[in-house]
Design a protein around this ligand. Structure first.
Ligand code: GDP
Length: 447
C-alpha cells in the first residue's frame, strides 16, 4: 500500500449538527496550521498546546474558540491536524467551516480522516472498522466490544495466527531452498501446527454469531398461517399500529420490521402468513417466500397458531419449517376458549385481544434473546472479516489435508501463502481500492 501519497488539506464538522455545548471542526493536512493562522487572531500555534483565540473572516469576528494543534505524526490522521472547539450552534460551526474552506481546505469525504489514519499506519483496518462500530453501536455492550477492537484485540490475535503460519512457511521454504543444510519439517510437526492454527481461527469464528447479534441486535420473526393474529401481536409488542390488521386472511403481504428494546436490541419481523397452495395470488406468494426466508434467518421465531381452532395441518407445515431453530410456540386467541389443551410442550398462552399472557411472552422472549451467550464474546468481527477468516481457514484445512497425505511441501506452501494473504486483508496490509472505499463510504463525514 502506497502511504506516501500527497494529500490536500481537508476539513469537516466532526460533531453532530445541532445545539450543544461545543462544536468541533477538524482540519487535517499539510496546510492545516497555515490555514488556521490565516483565519485566526493568533500569531503562533504551538503543537500539543491548547490555544485560545478568535476565528475571523477578514475583519469579522466569527467565534471565540480553542485551537488544538497536533504536529504529524502525533495526530489522529498522522498528518498536521488542528481541531477548533467552538460554541456548539449549527450556524457557528457552519460559519467556521465556511471560512476554513474559503482559505484553502477542501471538504472531507465520508470517513476520510480515518482513512488517512489507516493509510498513515496510525490504525490497521480492523481498528479503523472498530471506530465505525463504536460510533454506530446500538447497545452499550457492543460499544465496549468495539472499543476492545479499537485497542487492537482482534489485530493482535490475527497477528499471532499470522506469525505461526509464517514461521511454518519459512521452515518449509528453507527446507526447499537449502536441502543440504536444512531438513524439511516433519509432516507430524506440520499437522500439529496447522491443527493449532485452524482451532485458533475457529475460536474467532465461533464468536461470529454473537458478533452479529451484538452488532445488529436479535432478529425475531413472527410466523404462522394467515389470520392467527401475527400483525396484532406485532402491534401489541411495539405498542403501535404499524401492520395492517384485518380479518381477511393474507392481508400482511410484505415483511414489516420494527425495533424493540428487550435489553438486547431486537428487530421484530412480521412475516406474511406462511402458506402453500394454488389459490394464492402471486404477490402474496412472493410475501410467503420472503417469510420463509426471514423465519429461517431469524434468531428467534414466534410461531403463532389460533387456539380457538387448534393446530391444523397448515400450522404444522409451518411449524416443521421453523421447529429446528430457536422458537417459542404461541397459542393465540385464548379469550375465545374456556379450556386450553396443550398440543406442543411449553406453549405460551396468549390473547392479543385481552393482552392476557403478553407480559409472560415478553419475559420468555427476553430469556431466550439474552441467553444467546453474549457475555463471553471474546472477539467481534464483521462480515468482511469473517469472509477473510473463512478463506484463511479453508486454505489451512487444505494444507492440513495435504500434510496428512504427505504431499510435496512446495504444494503445501502455496496454501499457506493464500492463508497469509487472507489474514493480511483483515488488517489491511493487502487490500484493493474498491474494498477500501467501500469500507470508508459507510463512515460519516467528519470521522
Ligand atoms: P395475521 O393474518 O396473522 O397477521 O392476523 P391479524 O393480526 O391480522 O388478525 C386476524 C384477526 O384475528 C383480526 O380480526 C384480529 O382482530 C383477530 N385477533 C387477533 N388476535 C386475537 C385475539 O387474541 N383474540 C381474538 N378474539 N381475536 C384476535
Amino acid at each position: 500500500m502506497n502511504v506516501t501519497q500527497e494529500f490536500d488539506t481537508i476539513a469537516a464538522i466532526s460533531t453532530p449538527l445541532g445545539t450543544g455545548g461545543v462544536g468541533v471542526i477538524r482540519i487535517s493536512g499539510n496546510a492545516a496550521f497555515e490555514i488556521t493562522l490565516k483565519i485566526s487572531d493568533r500569531k503562533t500555534l504551538p503543537a500539543g498546546k491548547i490555544c485560545h483565540g478568535w476565528v475571523l473572516d477578514g475583519e469579522t469576528k466569527i467565534d471565540e474558540v480553542l485551537f488544538l494543534p497536533f504536529k504529524n505524526p502525533n495526530s489522529y490522521t498522522g498528518e498536521d491536524v488542528v481541531e477548533i472547539q467552538c460554541h456548539g450552534g449549527v450556524n457557528v460551526v457552519r460559519n467556521i467551516l465556511d471560512v476554513v474552506l474559503k482559505n484553502g481546505a477542501r471538504m472531507a469525504e465520508r470517513g476520510e480522516f480515518t482513512k488517512r489514519a489507516f493509510l498513515n499506519k496510525k490504525l490497521d483496518l480492523s481498528q479503523a472498522e472498530a471506530v465505525d462500530d463504536l460510533i454506530h453501536a446500538k447497545t452499550s455492550k457492543f460499544a465496549i466490544q468495539s472499543a476492545k477492537n479499537l485497542s487492537g484485540v482482534l489485530a493482535t490475535k490475527i497477528s499471532e495466527i499470522k506469525s505461526e503460519i509464517f514461521e511454518t512457511a519459512s521452515r518449509i521454504v528453507a527446507g526447499i531452498d537449502f536441502p543440504e543444510d536444512v531438513a524439511e519439517p516433519e509432516y507430524s510437526y506440520l499437522i500439529e501446527r496447522f491443527n493449532h492454527s485452524v482451532s485458533e481461527i475457529n475460536r474467532i469464528l465461533d464468536c461470529a454469531k454473537s458478533s452479529d447479534i451484538l452488532r445488529q441486535g436479535v432478529k425475531v420473526a413472527i410466523a404462522g398461517r394467515p389470520n392467527v393474529g401475527k400483525s396484532s401481536l406485532f402491534n401489541a409488542l411495539l405498542n403501535l399500529d404499524r401492520a395492517i390488521v384485518t380479518d381477511i386472511a393474507g392481508t400482511t403481504r410484505d415483511i414489516i420490521k420494527e425495533n424493540l428494546d428487550l435489553g438486547v436490541a431486537v428487530t421484530l419481523i412480521d412475516t406474511a402468513g406462511i402458506r402453500d397452495g394454488d389459490n394464492i395470488d402471486k404477490v402474496e406468494k412472493i410475501g410467503i417466500e420472503y417469510s420463509r426466508q426471514s423465519a429461517q434467518e431469524a434468531d428467534l421465531v414466534l410461531f403463532l397458531y389460533d387456539a380457538s381452532i387448534g393446530l391444523i395441518n397448515e400450522d404444522l407445515e409451518i411449524y416443521n419449517i421453523i421447529k429446528n431453530q430457536s422458537h417459542i410456540v404461541v397459542a393465540n386467541k385464548i379469550d375465545l376458549i374456556s379450556d386450553f389443551k396443550e398440543e406442543i410442550k411449553d406453549t405460551a398462552k396468549l390473547s392479543v385481544y385481552t393482552k392476557d399472557g403478553l407480559e409472560d411472552l415478553k419475559d420468555k422472549m427476553k430469556t431466550v434473546v439474552c441467553g444467546f451467550s453474549l457475555e463471553d464474546t471474546e472477539y467481534i468481527t464483521n462480515k468482511r472479516q469473517q469472509t477473510c477468516l473463512l478463506r484463511c481457514k479453508e486454505s489451512m484445512e487444505r494444507a492440513l489435508e495435504a500434510a496428512k497425505r504427505e504431499e510435496l511441501q512446495d504444494m503445501i506452501y502455496i496454501d499457506l501463502k493464500s492463508a497469509l494473504l487472507s489474514l493480511d486483508e483483515i488488517t489491511g496490509e493487502v487490500i484493493t481500492d474498491d474494498i477500501l472505499n467501500n469500507i470508508f463510504d459507510h463512515f460519516c463525514i467528519g470521522k
